[in-house]
Design a protein around this ligand. Structure first.
Ligand code: FAD
Length: 500
């Protein structure tokens, strides 16, 4: 049975952090636009954005070593770290705007101050960390970072990591107190509650099955009610595909030329979670190490304090793995179903190039809990198996495309906005740096899809996100002012004192 529905201005597919952010931006910029959301699950933030499905790191390049690389001349390239940090500052500003405007409340329910640390072992790695520290210390965005290779100091910073350590190898760490732990699940739910109050129609248990262009230039979206199986058709002037891992198959259904020759490679994640409160109480930081040789950048091991449901817990991982599903709640035929005549060669080329990665991921899936505990013990020598349990995290679908630099079938580790030339539809693919930079990425969607409105919207965007269009790395006074005001609005300054 079919049912033709009214047309609307905007359809957002998926109720994750990306649709939540885009909807919230649009409600401020174009309050009269009618917005509908379709989500296949029963509530918001249940897939990758859920607090147990990601690591909750407010990625600002304060601790992630993969954002700084060593150049052939031995110097450190910090350009990516600066970019990621500036993007995270935009998220802080937008969240602060929402709190200051009483559109969302209780920021302590989604963001907590938490030191971010990088920790390395071995002479070469220690030398790299020292150079990285020196390079970052010249930039205001990273001010307050400390370096130590003194085991006594490290015992103060990370007692659980130092206790029982017998290795005589040199060890060093950097520490910066202005890091954060973000509960992206809670934030997503808050933003959808706010959108509901702003008359956005949110349809849970509605699966988007197909999309096509109508003769009058609109998009017709075919939606199935999960419980009754009933089919509905909704039309919109603009559609955002925010389906997380499920975005690629939906993008392919649009048939737009920009969707061709793109593939996806799913990487699953597992964490070890410590629920023993006595152990969790003795660690207070996100501590990022170095990825093992052959491991993809998203499986850099880290030992994190997490604040979820007002409880402190510890999380270690993520262990990468292979699953053909594009979503945690996806299907085993997702990967196969995404291979189309137009991306077959790209996918085959990637398959041939990434054999080592596939082998690594399959080996990771087969690890027993004890083997995973052994990896944790490289971080925390005295970790006891009975304190830790394995939890399944979210799926990340990495983009595969042909690039000038990498050639046919190159695996990408970043996020990509793919949009139609006329700006009527856009999709977000990839998952890194991820939720932390949602505001920056959704502003990119607006710039690509609504260029005709950007002049009119610019003043409001700058009111919400004062660093929009400005390099904070080159404007230290503005950075300090915004860092201070966002810390106040999000309650980070006083809680930093309470918890550290
Ligand atoms: C293991 C792991 C660790 C991570 N760690 C971090 C971190 O520390 N910091 C960070 O910033 N980011 C991190 N990320 C990335 C971050 O979680 C994602 O970038 C972000 O949550 C993606 O949000 P989204 O809204 O695009 O997707 P999702 O949150 O996955 O939401 C997509 C929604 O679309 C729905 N959907 C899909 N298809 C359909 C359809 N056909 N019809 C209707 N609904 C549909 C899904 O049910 C889902 O609710 C991590 C990710 C993983 C997997």
């Amino acid at each position: 049975m079919s049912n033709l529905q009214h047309k609307t201005d905007v359809i957002l597919i998926g109720a994750g952090i990306m649709s939540a952010t885009l909807g919230s931006l649009l409600k401020e910029l174009a309050p009269d636009w009618e917005i509908k959301v379709f989500e296949k699950l029963a509530s918001a933030g249940e897939e990758s954005s859920n607090e147990w499905n990601n690591a909750g790191t407010g990625h600002a390049a304060l601790c992630e070593l993969n954002y700084t690389s060593e150049k052939p001349d031995g110097s450190i390239d910090i350009s990516k770290a600066v970019k990621v940090n500036e993007q995270f500052q935009m998220s802080r500003q937008f969240w602060s705007y929402l709190v200051n405007s009483n559109l969302i409340r209780h920021p302590q329910d989604f963001i907590m101050p938490l030191p971010h640390m990088s920790l390395v072992q071995g002479e070469k790695n220690v030398a790299f960390l020292k150079k990285r520290f020196k390079a970052l210390s010249t930039i205001p965005l990273f001010q307050g970072m400390a370096f130590s290779d003194d085991p006594e100091k490290l015992k103060e910073w990370v007692p659980l990591i130092m206790e029982g350590r017998t290795s005589k190898e040199p060890i060093a760490a950097t520490k910066i107190d202005s890091g954060t732990d973000v509960n992206f699940g809670a934030l997503t739910r808050m933003l959808f509650q706010h959108l509901e109050k702003q008359n956005v129609e949110i349809n849970y248990k509605h699966l988007v099955k197909d999309m096509k262009r109508t003769d009058d230039g609109l998009w017709e979206v075919k939606v199935q009610k999960v419980e009754s199986g009933k089919i509905e058709f909704h039309t919109a002037k603009f559609v955002f595909i925010g389906g997380g891992g499920g975005s690629l198959p939906l993008l392919q259904k649009t048939g737009i030329s920009e969707s061709k020759r793109i593939g996806g490679f799913p990487v699953s994640g597992l964490f070890l979670v410590c629920k023993n409160p006595e152990v969790a109480e003795r660690h207070h930081a996100k501590v990022y190490g170095k990825a093992k040789v052959g491991a993809p950048p998203m499986s850099v091991p880290h030992l994190d304090t997490r604040y979820i449901d007002n409880k402190k817990s510890l999380l270690f991982g993520p262990f990468a793995g292979f699953s053909p599903k594009f979503l945690k709640t996806g299907s085993n035929v997702d990967l196969l179903g995404s291979v189309k005549p137009h991306n077959l060669l790209t996918m085959l080329a990637a398959g041939a190039k990434e054999l080592a990665l596939t082998k690594y991921l399959i080996q990771q899936v087969l690890l027993s809990k004890e083997k995973r505990m052994d990896e944790l013990r490289e971080f925390m020598p005295n970790a006891k198996s009975e304190d830790w349990e394995v939890v399944l995290a979210g799926q990340r679908v990495q983009v595969i495309k042909d690039t000038d630099a990498g050639g046919k079938g190159t695996l990408q580790f970043g996020t990509e906005v793919v949009s139609a030339a006329d700006g009527s539809i856009a999709a977000l693919l990839g998952a890194s740096p991820g939720a932390s930079t949602a505001v920056h990425v959704m502003l990119e969607v607006l710039e690509k899809c609504f260029p005709q409105h950007m002049f009119e919207w610019e003043a409001k965007i700058k009111d919400m996100i004062p660093s929009y269009g400005v390099s904070l790395a080159e404007n230290s006074a503005l950075f300090r002012e915004l860092h201070h005001s966002t810390a106040e609005a999000l309650g980070l300054s006083e809680r930093q004192l309470v918890y550290s």
